[in-house]
Write a new protein. Structure first.
Length: 263
């Protein structure tokens, strides 16, 4: 090293000139402390003063995605903020549903599914979206006139979250399906089919939450707060459903910073 550099970077330990054999080879592993210190000195002397990163300019042309997370939910539209009493009642009802589900899970799991029910594999994202939401919602089809007189076609309208179905879902599947539906909801409108499944999946989530589930439900609450603000028609039933999900995430799952302030 140059003397000026040594002044800026003083030695932490006094290391004198190492008395090494003439056949010293810095490319082989050191055999003595002196050889190790000498090798460190040689490697440090070879380091350049300035290092320039090699950047591929082609990668900068690709679309960049930046996720920005706000700390809380957007306030409810004026006149639609839920009261504290209403929120407490929803939490109590939800707690009772979870207790009942846990108590009777083994019974419902043992029930045979109807012949037309084929649950997708856990990793089948598109399959679960169609299973839960149906072709009408998933593909945004308005016309359901075909076979109207032949009973309900669940492939078109989606399977409801029956106890015999959700009781068969382990925590990994519950988390995966919740992630699939939240991802879909991130770009689509809120529907009754989606609301029923979100409520059922939240009821199946075990506490304490895994980090992945914790992040997902916070994302869900924020999305619900965005949608209710943008709800032009101010559909009271839909805003109430969105309020319910925010309430459960914030007050039952202890994400209090996301809670609606009582009206």
């Amino acid at each position: 090293m140059e003397p000026g550099v040594e002044e800026l970077m003083p030695r932490l330990l006094p290391v004198g000139d190492c008395d090494l054999a003439e056949d010293f080879d810095p490319t082989v592993p050191p055999r003595t402390p002196q050889e190790y210190l000498k090798r460190v000195q040689i490697e440090a002397a070879r380091c350049p003063d300035v290092v320039v990163a090699q950047i591929d300019p082609r990668k900068l042309k690709k679309k960049q995605t930046v996720n920005v997370s706000i700390s809380g939910c957007r306030p409810a539209p004026e006149g639609y903020s839920p009261t504290l009493k209403w929120q407490q009642q929803q939490v109590a009802n939800f707690s009772a549903v979870r207790q009942s589900l846990n108590k009777h899970r083994n019974h419902w799991r043992s029930q045979n599914l109807d012949s037309n029910v084929t649950m997708p594999k856990s990793e089948d994202e598109e399959g679960w979206k169609k299973f839960c939401l149906g072709e009408r919602v998933y593909s945004e089809i308005d016309d359901l006139s075909d076979n109207e007189n032949l009973g309900i076609d669940y492939m078109k309208v989606g399977f409801p979250p029956l106890l015999s179905i959700v009781s068969r879902m382990n925590q990994a599947t519950v988390t995966s399906v919740l992630e699939y539906l939240i991802s879909w909801f991130g770009e689509k409108k809120f529907t009754p089919e989606l609301g029923r499944w979100l409520y059922a999946l939240l009821a199946c989530l075990e506490k304490p939450l895994l980090p992945e589930a914790h992040s997902l439900i916070r994302q869900l609450a924020r999305r619900c707060s965005e949608v209710r603000v943008l709800e032009e028609s101010k559909n009271e039933e839909q805003i109430s459903a969105l309020n319910l999900i925010i309430c459960l995430v914030s007050r039952y799952f202890d994400q209090r910073d996301l809670a609606d302030e009582p009206s």
